[in-house]
Design a binder for this molecule. Structure first.
Ligand SMILES: *Cc1c(COP(=O)(O)O)cnc(C)c1O
Length: 494
C-alpha cells in the first residue's frame, strides 16, 4: 500500500515557512513602485511561504487522495460517473472551439453554430421529439426549463393549473423543480414491484394537474412497464408528461421517448453522453420538447438557413410567437460540454450508442444475478442500468448499509449509493456502466460476497472500525451537517 496517500496533508497555510519562496524575482525598481501610486500594497497579503517542491507535493498528494473513474471502479448509482473519453477532451481543446467568444459576430463562428445545430439534431433524432433547448446547465436546470415551458404553454391557454405529481421514488430535484415553478407537489406511491402504482396515479389525476414528472428507468433501476397507460392517463386530463431523462443512458438507441408519449425531457449530457460530471464544473442538461411546447422554448437557439446558421436571441420572433421563458443563463449554454458530447456521439455512431445502453444493462444484470443470493434484492429482476439491493441480508448482524459502504473503502472501492432511493430500507444502488469489463465486475463481485459473508459471520466489530485504510476515519456526519466549519482560521493569528 502506498502509505503517503494516508498521511495527513496540511493546508498550504499550515505549511507556511515565512520567507520561503518558489520563485526568485528581482526586487521591483523604485520606478515601478512610483507608478503604482495609491494602489501600492502597504502590508503583506498573507500568502504562505513555500518552496517549489512543497507546492508540487501538496497538490500531487491531494490528487492522489481523489478516487475517480480514472483510478478504479466507481459503483455509485443514480449518477453514472462515466468514462470521459480523451477524444472529447482533445476536440474541446481545438483552438477553433476553445478560443472563440460568445460576443463574436455569428459570421465568424459558423462552425460552432453548426456544431450546436448538429448536436440538437442528434438529440431530436434519439428522442423523437422535434425541439430542444440546449442552454440548461445541468439536469436540475433542464427540469426547471421543462416545467417552466409547460407552465408557459398552460398559461397561454389561460389555465396554469395547480399541482404537479411526482412518484415517491423520484430524485429530490423533481419536487424541488415543481415547487420552484410555483406548483403544489403531490407524491404518487409505488407498487410492490418498485413501479408507479397506476391506480394511485389515476386517483390523483384531475383537471388541476399541470404535469407528471416521471423517471424511466426509475430510481429503483426498473423500467416503468405501464408507461403507455401512464402517458394516456396524464394526457386524458390535459396534463403534460415530463420525463426525467437522467437515466436515458439505459434507453439510448433503443427507445424513442416520443413513442412513450413524453412531452418534455431533460438529458444529462454528463450521464448519457460521456461529458465530465460533478466537481462543480460546467454540465449541460438540454431539454427536448414536443411540437406543442416548442414555441415556449427558452432563448437562444440556432436555426439553419440558406445563408448559414444564425442564433435567435430576441424575445419576439413575431407578434404571435413570443418566447415567455426568455433566457435560462448567460450566452448559449455550456459550449465545451456540447463539443465533448457530440464527439462522443459521432465516434460511437448510432449503433455504438445502442451497444452502450445494452452493455450498461447487461453489466447491471450480471451484478444482480451474481449477488442476489449473497445480498438481497427488494424487487424481482431483470433490472435496467443499475441494480438495487436492500439491507434485509444484514438483519440481525449488527452491520448496517453505512458499515458496508465504509468497509468497501478499505477494499479499495468507492462506495455505492446508499440510502437512496428512500422507498427501500437501507438501499444500496449500484451502477456499473457499460465501460467496465467482466474481469473488473468479477473482482467487485468477489469483494461484495466476502463482505456479506463477513457480516453474516458476526464480524460487526471490523465493520464498525472501517475505514482504516483511508486518510480519514469515520466522520461525525450529524455534526458535519448541523455545525459545518466552512472557514479555516489560523490557530495563531485569530
Ligand atoms: C442526476 C439526476 C438529476 C439531476 O441532474 P443534475 O445534472 O445533477 O442536476 C435528476 N434526476 C435524476 C434521476 C438524476 O439521477
Amino acid at each position: 500500500m502506498d502509505t503517503t496517500t494516508l498521511q495527513d496533508e496540511p493546508l498550504l497555510f499550515e505549511k507556511d515557512r515565512p520567507g520561503l519562496s518558489g520563485v526568485d524575482l528581482p526586487e521591483p525598481s523604485p520606478l515601478l513602485e512610483d507608478r503604482l501610486g495609491g494602489l501600492r500594497r502597504r502590508g503583506p497579503v498573507g500568502l504562505p511561504g513555500l518552496s517549489e517542491p512543497d507546492v508540487i507535493r501538496h497538490y500531487t498528494r491531494l490528487s492522489q487522495k481523489n478516487y475517480g473513474i480514472d483510478t478504479g471502479f466507481y459503483p455509485l448509482g443514480s449518477c453514472t460517473m462515466k468514462h470521459n473519453p480523451r477524444l472529447g477532451e482533445a476536440m474541446a481543446r481545438l483552438p477553433g472551439f476553445a478560443e472563440i467568444h460568445p460576443f463574436q459576430p455569428v459570421g465568424s463562428v459558423q462552425g460552432a453554430l453548426e456544431l450546436m445545430n448538429t448536436l440538437a439534431e442528434w438529440l431530436k433524432t434519439l428522442t423523437g421529439l422535434p425541439a430542444v433547448a440546449l442552454s440548461p446547465a445541468a439536469g436540475a436546470h433542464g427540469e426547471w426549463c421543462g416545467i417552466m415551458t409547460i407552465r408557459a404553454a398552460l398559461e397561454k391557454q389561460g389555465d396554469p393549473r395547480r399541482r404537479v405529481l411526482v412518484p415517491d421514488s423520484a430524485h429530490g430535484t423533481n419536487p424541488a423543480t415543481a415547487a420552484r415553478c410555483g406548483y403544489a407537489v403531490e407524491s404518487v406511491p409505488g407498487n410492490d414491484q418498485g413501479r408507479v402504482s397506476l391506480a394511485s396515479l389515476k386517483a390523483r389525476l384531475g383537471g388541476d394537474v399541470a404535469a407528471l414528472m416521471l423517471t424511466n428507468p426509475n430510481t429503483c433501476g426498473l423500467f416503468e412497464d405501464e408507461i403507455l397507460e401512464i402517458a394516456a392517463a396524464v394526457h386524458a386530463v390535459g396534463a403534460y408528461f415530463y420525463l426525467d431523462g437522467a437515466n436515458f443512458n439505459a434507453l439510448v438507441g433503443r427507445v424513442r421517448v416520443a413513442d412513450l408519449g413524453v412531452d418534455a425531457m431533460h438529458i444529462n449530457l454528463h450521464k448519457t453522453f460521456a461529458t465530465p460530471h460533478g466537481g462543480g464544473g460546467p454540465g449541460a442538461g438540454p431539454t427536448v420538447l414536443s411540437q406543442a411546447l416548442a414555441p415556449f422554448a427558452p432563448l437562444p437557439f440556432v436555426v439553419s438557413g440558406a445563408k448559414g446558421f444564425t442564433l435567435v436571441e430576441s424575445t419576439h420572433r413575431s407578434p404571435d410567437e413570443s418566447v415567455p421563458s426568455g433566457r435560462l443563463k448567460g450566452f448559449h449554454g455550456q459550449f465545451g460540454v456540447f463539443v465533448r458530447a457530440l464527439a462522443y456521439m459521432m465516434s460511437m455512431g448510432g449503433d455504438g450508442l445502442r451497444q452502450a445502453s445494452g452493455d450498461a444493462v447487461l453489466n447491471a444484470n450480471y451484478l444482480l444475478a451474481s449477488l442476489k443470493d449473497d445480498l438481497s434484492a427488494p424487487f424481482a429482476g431483470p433490472c435496467m442500468h443499475e441494480v438495487l439491493f436492500d439491507d434485509s441480508f444484514l438483519k440481525g448482524t449488527g452491520v448496517t448499509t453505512l458499515d458496508m459502504a465504509k468497509a468497501m473503502i478499505d477494499e479499495g472501492y468507492h462506495p455505492m449509493t446508499v440510502y437512496f432511493p428512500l422507498v427501500v430500507h437501507g438501499a444500496m444502488l449500484i451502477e456499473p456502466t457499460e465501460t467496465e469489463s467482466k474481469d473488473t465486475l468479477d473482482r467487485f463481485i468477489a469483494t461484495m460476497k466476502t463482505l456479506a459473508a463477513r457480516a453474516k459471520a458476526g464480524d460487526s466489530e471490523s465493520f464498525r472500525l472501517a475505514p482504516r485504510h483511508a486518510p480519514r476515519r469515520r466522520l461525525d456526519e450529524t455534526r458535519a451537517a448541523r455545525t459545518p466549519v466552512l472557514r479555516w482560521k489560523s490557530p495563531v493569528a485569530t
